[in-house]
Design a protein around this ligand. Structure first.
Ligand code: NAP
Ligand code: ZN
Length: 351
């Protein structure tokens, strides 16, 4: 298959800094879209994968899955995208297309396993996929999103993973007027969950381990913010919430949060702590509570989320950085020192 060489940023080992690397991208096939990447967000999943937290990383790895760009080429059969228009790619870039899940538009559950935008077996080129820390991206048009009109395009990039990952469970669990929703952890996912849950009409209570974020949570739109390390503050919320979205990236005790649920409530885990979490029988049995999970969202729902966020003028709060800052950005992300998403200006990646 014809390919071309493209500049990217990646690393050959968990303990080595990211640096300039060359990757190969396929030339557009009949159904493919090629885009020049303008902005790429940095998600905690990029960090987990670089560090091989889940044990499945193939090196060299080029991370990045919150990708916004401008279309530079389309295949002969592409009807929905034109050269020159804005477009985006999130977490999913391929799937079988014919199983019941793909037919239902929930490609993240594809029977054959969907292809993620980086560090995932590449069914077309072989090897693994390389993500958005690169000059271009190429994939089938089925997995490309239309970018609505956002005033700040860079700040919209984090919607492609962080946005859909919280939008999907917020919708699934019935966020709306009359619902009291908890958000656990104010990072990239958590701060967007506050904005989206508010736009859906819920009463939003935020739980943070960072004293400095308590006031900021209200600026972001939360109705109430609780310092989760303060037991007396936590006690006031016992049995008060319909469900909680848990975005915490590291091992933590979920039982205190299960105890904040009303009967039939759920703690919905979207964070990916590498170690198992322990659930006490009494935390779920008393009150018929659930401990659930949620994995990103399908392509159709991702488009729906982008349109919802554009309508409600929701974007991420970002720190825009150049590529030469990316290793420092990962160090800061690991320490929780980010307000609230890093986005790389891809013009800073040299040709
Ligand atoms: P992030 O920006 O680093 O935010 C995570 C937040 O969790 C931190 O800001 C912090 O909030 C809290 N936290 C971190 N360590 C903690 C600890 N030891 N105890 C308690 N709280 C802690 O990360 P992100 O990009 O939002 O991603 C969050 C998680 O979701 C990651 O594990 C990521 O891999 C995962 N993820 C999952 C999906 C999915 O489909 N399910 C998709 C994308 C990402 P406070 O300072 O407010 O306490
Ligand atoms: Zn992500």
């Amino acid at each position: 298959m014809e390919t071309k060489q493209v500049n990217a940023f990646g690393t050959g080992a968990a303990d080595k800094p990211l640096q300039s690397v060359q990757i190969r991208r396929r030339m557009v096939g009949a159904h493919d879209v090629e885009m020049e990447i303008l902005y790429c967000g940095i998600c905690h999943s990029d960090l987990h994968q670089i560090k091989n937290d889940f044990g499945g990383t193939t090196y060299p790895i080029v991370p990045g899955h919150e990708i916004v760009g401008r279309v530079t080429a389309v295949g002969d059969h592409v009807k929905d995208f034109k050269v020159g228009e804005l477009a985006a790619v999130g977490c999913i870039v391929d799937s079988c297309g014919h199983c019941e899940y793909c037919k239902d538009g929930i490609e993240q559950f594809c029977d054959e396993g969907c292809t993620y935008s980086f560090n995932s077996p590449d069914k077309v080129l072989g090897g693994v996929t390389y993500g958005g820390f690169s000059k271009t991206y190429v994939c089938n048009e089925r997995y490309v999103l239309h970018m609505p009109d956002f005033k700040d395009l860079a700040a919209a990039a984090p919607l492609l993973c962080a946005g859909i990952t919280v939008y999907s469970p917020l919708k699934h669990w019935g966020t709306g007027p009359g619902k009291r929703v908890g958000i656990l952890g104010i990072g990239g996912l958590g701060h967007l969950a506050i904005k989206i849950a508010k736009a859906m009409g819920a009463h939003v209570v935020v739980f943070t381990t960072s004293a400095s974020k308590v006031e900021d949570a209200k600026r972001l739109g939360a109705d109430e913010a609780v310092l989760s390390t303060d037991a007396s503050q936590m006690a006031k919320y016992a049995r008060s919430l319909h469900f909680i979205i848990d975005t915490v990236s590291a091992k933590h005790d979920v039982n205190p949060y299960l105890n904040l649920l009303r009967h039939d409530g759920a703690v919905v885990l979207v964070g990916l702590p590498p170690q198992p979490l322990e659930v006490s029988a009494f935390s779920v049995v008393l009150g018929n509570r659930s401990f659930a999970g949620s994995n990103i969202g399908g392509i159709a729902e991702t488009q729906e989320m982008l349109d919802f966020c554009a309508k409600h003028t929701i974007v991420a709060e970002i720190e825009k950085i150049d590529m030469d800052y990316v290793n420092t950005a990962f160090e800061r992300l690991e320490k929780g020192d980010v307000h609230y998403r890093f986005v790389i200006d891809m013009a800073s990646l040299k040709n």
